[in-house]
Design a protein around this ligand. Structure first.
Ligand code: ADP
Ligand code: SF4
Length: 679
């Protein structure tokens, strides 16, 4: 298929200083959890994005000195010749596809506790470390000599960037890193020529941009990452005025908004193209090209950004993770094939956990090098064989999709009328509608496959499975939420769990609306408890939430959802109790136990909704497991269980399990390379 000519403006080349981007698709710097520790993994992943049509592909943040070390968060590094060698693998991969490669020079300042290097971090003044880990360490206020050596770090790194054959070199002026902290009058209380007036606070950023520009002049473009206030009339740092002083200095502006909760917002609270007022403001103040992110997944929204002149490049981190081939799909008129990001921030969460990123929508993300998985290609079937997939949740749908793509004869059986498993009910909760894309993209793909037969409304038992005579069976029957409180805090059911006022998550997901004061007990720590709370409060139900942890929904800190979740709950009038585990229920009264001491307390409430562990729905699997001989006698070759029916987890884990099962069917020894340094 050919490209719809309407989208031609997205494919027009554009000059950025001395280099030319082949199109307007720009993968901005984003963390991967790979960093300098896993250079091959990083190079392969970035190379795949270039292959998929991203005209510019950048690194993640790249440390330029040992005193800029944000461990345990992984960063890339451009500190010596070995780093140059490693990063050249990435530039080679990006150039091979005809794209430009960008590198983001990074000095953290107060954000870097330097836990690995044990160096002292420099910053505008002595500031407490800002990492969410609450590390009790401060930065050292920079002397004039430190400022000189800081500039030299950038100059040296710029030379290395050229040696590594990058085309775009970033100066990092936002995200509360050192250069941003100089801009911020709240932190910058220096009395020398780098503090005080706006002119002085901008001085260091200006000098570094000029230093780097001089070094890379004629060879590479200089880009600057910079934030604008979310509300343009609320700018206590003077970011707009500061911008005006340097608006024409670099070759490109990479613009974000000041509040990271919105820049990196989860789809529960922040929708596509949310930062556009700030971006348009910048565009009106500079003649230089502008790129910005907005979790763009709709080609029409992207087009309007470029055509209306809001921005010159469509910046993407998450959309390029969910679909590395997004540009190519627009180019080839395959709009329906675009795998849209759902805004769950599971990618970001894993970087923040110090491991390679993964993606709910794109199971190949992070597996390009170590497993050799490609987001748009998959090996053909190993033999003309049949596969029965039971259960059409995220795991079963993905398995059927990838097996169908490989060319197997696939039957997908689902007990419910509606395909989608957990996605169907959860995506109807407030804020979670974009999760339905996990189901819808796969249904769209399956609809095109003649070799996949789908049977909804078909609950299979072991007998029915055997009678279908499929050579391979994949059981993906999911899991169900427990209502007895068994979870992390307690491995036993609470007293009174069988009483009428105890309402299970399953009932709520089925649409039951409780009456009266409701206590949601959250020992899951992710999105479900708060999403249920917001559904109930919207219907006028009084809600209290209790958790045995020291903070509610703690895991959602990793997905950058926590703060906005808390804000939404507080604004909805939800009372929050922390560090209390569930002990017992009787009508009108719930007893909680202190997480630290033997103290008990009582809450007067009518209804209790425990959100804790799930039970694998593995009865079918257990029955089949007992009948393996019969299965083999009928020509059965392999049988496996995947996803939540094997081990309940997040949606991303189920999609991954489905993909892995499909990829590895018929493979003797699936690849799994390990990055390691051999001395
Ligand atoms: P996962 O996240 O692992 O994909 P889900 O719970 O989302 O799990 O989906 C499991 C799906 O399996 C559900 O849609 C459920 O209706 C379906 N299912 C469960 N048991 C059977 C069965 N015996 N036959 C067919 N489908 C089943
Ligand atoms: Fe989007 Fe979620 Fe994938 Fe991240 S993990 S790219 S937020 S779908």
């Amino acid at each position: 298929m050919a490209r719809d000519p309407r989208y031609d403006p997205l494919f027009e080349p554009l000059k950025i200083g001395p280099v030319t981007a082949p199109n307007r698709f720009y993968q901005v710097p984003h963390c991967t959890g790979m960093g300098f520790q896993r250079p091959q993994m990083m190079a392969a992943m970035r190379g795949v994005k270039a292959e998929g049509g991203w005209g510019v592909v950048c690194t993640e943040y790249c440390s330029i000195d040992a005193s800029s070390d944000e461990s345990p968060y992984p960063s890339a590094s451009l500190r010596d010749d070995d780093d140059v060698h490693n990063l050249r693998q990435m530039t080679n991969a990006v150039h091979a596809a005809g794209s430009l490669a960008g590198v983001e020079l990074w000095y953290g300042g107060r954000s870097s506790a330097n836990l690995y290097s044990r160096e002292v971090a420099l910053d505008v003044t002595s500031l407490l470390n800002s990492a969410t880990l609450g590390i009790p360490v401060q930065s050292q206020a920079m002397s004039k000599a430190d400022i000189e050596s800081f500039r030299k770090m950038h100059s040296d790194a710029a030379h290395r960037a050229m040696a590594a054959e990058f085309d775009i070199v970033y100066v990092y002026g936002n995200h509360d890193y050192l250069l941003h902290n100089f801009l911020n009058p709240g932190y910058n209380q220096r009395e020398d020529e780098y503090g005080g007036s706006l002119e002085n606070r901008v001085r260091l950023l200006r000098e570094v941009i000029e230093d780097v520009s001089e070094i890379v002049s004629g060879r590479c473009a200089v880009a600057v990452r910079y934030s604008m206030p979310m509300q343009l009339d609320d700018d206590p740092e003077g970011l707009i005025e500061a911008f005006a002083l340097i608006a024409e200095l670099p070759d490109l502006w990479d613009i974000t908004v000041r509040d990271y909760r919105y820049e990196m917002g989860s789809s529960r609270f922040v929708k596509e193209a949310a930062n556009q007022a700030a971006v348009a403001k910048v565009k009106s103040m500079t003649s230089k090209p502008v790129v910005s992110v907005g979790r763009f997944t709709s080609p029409d929204t992207m087009l309007s950004q470029v055509v209306n002149g809001t921005q010159d490049f469509i910046g993407a981190a998450r959309p390029s993770i969910a679909d590395p081939f997004l540009p190519q799909k627009i180019d080839q008129g395959r709009i329906d094939d675009i795998r849209e990001c759902i805004g769950c921030n599971v990618c970001y969460a894993h970087d923040s956990l110090g491991v390679p990123i993964r993606c709910t929508q794109n199971p190949t993300m992070g597996e390009e090098w170590r497993r050799g998985w490609h987001p748009d290609r998959i090996d053909s079937r190993h033999a003309d064989e049949s596969v029965l997939v039971i259960g059409a949740g995220p795991a079963g749908l993905e398995a059927a999709c990838a097996l169908g793509q490989r060319g197997y004869r696939v039957i997908l059986a689902e007990a419910e009328q509606e395909l989608g498993g957990r996605i169907n009910r959860e995506s109807r909760l407030p804020g979670l509608s974009e999760y339905a894309r996990v189901r819808d993209w796969r249904l769209g793909q399956l609809a095109k496959m003649e070799n996949v037969q789908i049977y909804p409304d078909n609950r299979l038992d072991a007998e029915a499975v055997l009678e279908l005579n499929s050579q391979h069976v994949i059981v993906a029957t999911g899991a169900r939420w427990r209502s007895d409180g068994v979870g992390r805090w307690s491995n036993s059911a609470f007293d009174g769990c069988e009483l009428k006022g105890v309402v299970g998550v399953e009932q709520i997901l089925d649409g039951y609306m409780p009456q009266g004061h409701t206590l949601i007990y959250d020992d899951d720590h992710y999105y479900l408890g708060s999403a249920i709370a917001l559904k109930l409060t919207a219907a006028g139900v009084r809600v209290t939430m209790a958790t045995p942890a020291s903070e509610l929904a703690g895991w959602s800190n990793h997905t950058e959802e926590h703060s906005l979740t808390m804000q939404a709950l507080i604004e909805a009038g939800v009372e929050i109790i922390t560090a209390r585990g569930l002990v017992s229920y009787k009508p009108g009264e719930i007893e909680l136990g202190c997480a630290y001491s033997a103290r008990r307390s009582k809450i007067q409430a009518d209804v209790l909704i425990p959100v804790s562990a799930r039970t694998p729905d593995d009865e079918l699997w257990q029955q089949l497991d007992l009948r393996r001989d019969e299965f083999a006698a009928r020509g059965g070759l392999s049988m496996q269980r995947i996803g939540d029916c094997r081990a309940p987890g997040i949606v991303a884990a189920a999609v991954y399990a489905g993909h892995k099962a499909a990829r590895e069917l018929g493979q003797q020894e699936p690849a799994f390379k390990r990055d390691r340094v051999v001395v």
